[in-house]
Design a binder for this molecule. Structure first.
Ligand code: NAD
Ligand code: DAU
Length: 324
């Protein structure tokens, strides 16, 4: 697998070592600012610290692999607005390098992890797997490009690919530049959360462990060449989410600062997940429980997130991204 030092990849590994104890896992991860060895503390698997764009390294790591699960990506929308270069390299070219290696090594299944953002913003209804793609941020455009590349390898080379498109994940080990961990850790310090614009943007929240189980379901039971949406169990506006978290943390309602909106900010995502349900997936986490547990996790793991938030790179990014 790729990207196993990140948020979702590390949660996937933690689940896999329990549910598939006989599988041998090789994790290829460049360890960018978002890749954190502490996410795999106590887990005994092989990590190769290399770039997915490095064809030689990918070739060596993939030797003998039956399955490839591809998580590695540049993932933060706001960073892609500041500088899209790394997004295009990793998310598009990196995916191409992996696909070519998968063909050479004749892997049995190649699962490409993608996002609901490729459909773009939808004012009503639910995005289906066959809907046209209308990505609005450089991040979403790079993921849409990688989805199309994966599709082309299926049509052209009969590559054994599967693609998943998930909604907003939440849970333990999420780098604190993303909305929920930023919110929780700010509130712990009695600092406000910077709400973009009117806060009426709608997101669909998926517990990361449900996402990990859904990926395994698609890997084992999905039909080659198909795409599967993976939606969450709770949809709400950002301003409602902020108030929910403030309430659970017993903080004042006013601990919010309205800041300049994100450029090109998508107003609403929502996924139709009937296809996923048909192959047997069911959510385990309802949002109320998942959110309360997530808040408790960050409160109990200050030693995990504090070093990330005081690091020079994080502070420089925050300064640049929130200058207004
Ligand atoms: P993350 O930013 O937490 O982690 C990304 C991981 O990829 C890191 O460990 C990083 O070191 C690694 N990486 C980045 N560039 C690399 C490169 N060139 N070579 C090797 N490794 C590299 O990301 P995440 O939130 O865990 O997302 C994982 C995947 O899931 C991504 O493909 C993302 O697009 C997708 N996704 C995320 C969400 C979400 O809500 N976080 C939702 C839907 C889909
Ligand atoms: O929908 C799936 C996507 O979810 C993934 O593909 C991305 O990798 C992941 O980062 C996430 O993208 P979002 O942009 O939706 O997530 P983020 O946590 O950055 O923001 C969630 C919402 O909160 C969004 O509407 C923007 C808003 N927000 C975010 C930040 C960081 C704020 O209002 N203020 C903030 O400071």
């Amino acid at each position: 697998m790729t990207g196993g030092l990140g948020f979702i990849g590390s949660n996937f590994i933690r689940q896999l070592v329990k549910s598939r104890p006989k599988w041998a896992i090789v994790n290829l991860d460049k360890q960018t600012y978002a890749g954190n060895p502490a996410n795999l503390d106590g887990i005994n698997i092989k990590t190769v610290k290399k770039d997915i764009c490095d064809a030689k390294a990918v070739d060596a790591a993939m030797k003998g692999c039956d399955y490839v699960v591809h998580f590695a990506a540049e993932t933060h929308v706001d960073r892609s607005i500041l500088d899209a270069g790394a997004f295009l390299k990793t998310n598009i070219l990196g995916t191409q390098v992996l696909l070519d290696a998968a063909l050479r090594h004749k892997v049995k299944r190649f699962l490409h992890v993608s996002t609901d953002e490729v459909y773009g913003s939808i004012p009503r209804g639910y995005s289906k797997e066959g809907d046209h793609l209308e990505p609005n941020s450089p991040y979403a455009a790079s993921k849409a490009a990688s989805d199309l590349l994966v599709r082309s390898y299926f049509v052209t080379h009969k590559a054994p690919v599967l693609t998943t498109r998930a909604s907003n994940n939440y849970g333990p080990f999420q780098y604190p530049e993303k909305a929920l961990p930023l919110m929780i850790t700010n509130f712990m310090e009695d600092k406000p959360f910077p709400q973009y614009g009117d806060g009426k943007q709608v997101r669909d929240w998926l517990h990361v462990r449900d996402h990990a189980r859904a990926i395994l379901t698609v890997l084992e039971k999905g039909t080659i060449g198909e795409i599967y949406n993976i939606g969450g169990s709770y949809t709400c506006q950002n301003r409602e989410l902020i108030q929910k978290v403030l309430g659970l943390m017993k903080k004042p309602k006013g601990l919010v600062t309205r800041v300049e909106d994100r450029k090109g900010h998508d107003r609403r995502y929502a996924l139709d997940c009937k296809k996923l349900l048909k192959i047997g997936f069911r959510h385990e986490y309802d949002f109320e429980r998942g959110l309360a547990q997530t808040i408790a996790w960050y409160m109990n793991h200050e030693s995990w997130w504090r070093p990330l938030k005081v690091a020079g790179g994080y502070r420089a990014y925050v300064k640049k991204a929130y200058k207004k």
